[in-house]
Design a protein around this ligand. Structure first.
Ligand code: SF4
Length: 202
């Protein structure tokens, strides 16, 4: 990772994160994909890492999973323009398969190396509600024993935000093996985001 600036704004963090990386993930990725969104967001959503599309464009959640997330946020009544989205790891980790670059899960050391960037984003934004999308983000913030499908959809108190809720990553919905499976998982994601919307309205 690069070095975070002493006086932090999201812009200075983004600029600093774009250079000076010595973690091996940076060497294989196109660019740093820093978080983006409302700097005064009441809700921060954090996923695992950028995917192929995000790596090429340089923005988080712009691929198929991001579009599904947009749909779920809209359906839940959460304005996408008023939230901030980011990932626990800021570079795309991938393995070659033919001409394609296939997502590879970041390991614990890579997540730990990247964590100061996430903590700096959270310390700058100070969200009321932090939403962990998927098991990687949930375990990164809640510990390795966290079981997503058992413990998702509950409001928890954490050092990073007064309220934290874990839910499915939209890419997990897309990976479901058939249409009924996708609809079932989408229903979980939507129900959890509706709970976030209710918390925001209180
Ligand atoms: S993944 Fe994180 S720690 Fe590794 S190079 Fe990218 S920003 Fe730095």
């Amino acid at each position: 990772m690069g070095r975070a600036p002493a006086r932090r704004t999201l812009e200075s963090l983004r600029a600093a994160s774009a250079k000076g990386h010595d973690c091996p993930l940076a060497a294989r990725a196109t660019q740093t994909v820093f978080g983006e969104g409302d700097p005064h967001a009441r809700v921060v959503l954090v996923g695992e890492q950028p995917g192929n599309d995000e790596d090429l464009v340089g923005r988080p959640f712009v691929g198929p999973a991001g579009k599904l997330l947009d749909r779920a946020l809209e359906q839940a009544g959460i304005d996408r323009g008023r939230v901030y989205v980011t990932n626990v790891v800021k570079h795309f980790k991938w393995e070659p398969r033919g001409k394609r670059r296939i997502h590879a899960k970041p390991n614990a050391a890579e997540i730990a190396a990247c964590r100061p960037w996430l903590e700096a984003e959270l310390a700058t934004i100070k969200p009321e509600i932090l939403v962990c999308l998927g098991a990687t983000a949930s375990k990164a913030l809640l510990g390795p024993d966290f079981r997503l499908m058992k413990e998702r959809g509950r409001i928890l108190k954490t050092p990073w935000a007064p309220k934290l809720l874990a839910t499915l990553h939209p890419s997990a919905v897309l990976r479901a093996e058939d249409k009924p499976g996708q609809e079932r998982l989408y229903g979980f994601l939507l129900a959890d985001l509706q709970l976030v919307a209710r918390e925001l309205s209180q």
